[in-house]
Design a protein around this ligand. Structure first.
Ligand code: URA
Length: 210
């Protein structure tokens, strides 16, 4: 596949993902599991955040200790399923700024169309983490990243739960500089653009809609 892909296949994540895939898992548990996995994926997504140091005093001594450097992160969930990854990320980085991007699929052209976008200022100075549990065709991921790059974002990562090989390939082709962090790459997409075996419609399962 691509060098940009980071597969986070910790046993705890694999176990929780299996519970999420099961069709009988209710929304309340599905949401909780996604939040738990987002904490674990988040560590990996932010592994290389730049650090600086600060002189501090412990109860025993003065020392030069590491702290995060630079502007606050931008977390950008793609509506609506991306919201399921947001709470966990905000627990890891409570001071992060949050932007939202809403896209729908034009049924004639099958292309994503933006209906909402609200992003933090100074995107060019922030590490940006796009959040969407499902990387399926890669079309909406590509369009959402186009939007944050137009706003100036330079260091962009895409964090998802499940990816289809087609989505990984398309996104890597469109945005070769964007690292993709996922818990699993499934077999394929079906004719409707769903990931197989997947877990169904992530938004519906998160929010109890159909
Ligand atoms: N979006 C979903 O929610 N599920 C899929 O399988 C693909 C895209």
């Amino acid at each position: 596949m691509t060098d940009n892909l980071v597969l986070v296949d910790h046993p705890l994540i694999r176990h929780k993902l299996t519970l999420m895939r099961e069709k009988t898992t209710p929304s309340v548990q599905f949401r909780r599991l996604l939040k738990e996995i987002s904490l674990l994926l988040g560590y990996e997504t932010l592994r290389d955040l730049p650090l600086t140091t600060r002189r501090i005093e412990t109860p025993l001594a003065e020392t030069e200790a590491p702290i995060l450097k630079g502007k606050k992160l931008a977390l950008v969930p793609i509506l609506r399923a991306g919201i399921g990854l947001l709470d966990g990320m905000l627990e890891l980085v409570p001071l992060a700024r949050v932007g939202f991007i809403g896209l729908f699929r034009d049924e004639e052209t099958l292309k994503p169309v933006q209906y909402y976008s609200k992003l933090p200022n100074e995107m060019e100075k922030r590490t940006t983490v796009m959040l969407d549990p499902m990387l399926a065709t890669g079309n909406s991921a590509t369009a959402a990243i186009d939007i944050v790059k137009e706003a100036g974002a330079k260091d962009v990562r895409f964090m998802c739960l499940l990816a289809a090989p087609e989505g990984v390939e398309n996104l890597a082709r469109a945005h070769p500089d964007v690292r993709i962090i996922t818990a699993a790459v499934d077999e394929r997409l079906n004719d409707m653009g769903y990931i197989v075996p997947g877990l169904g419609d992530a938004g519906d399962r998160l929010f109890g809609t159909k």
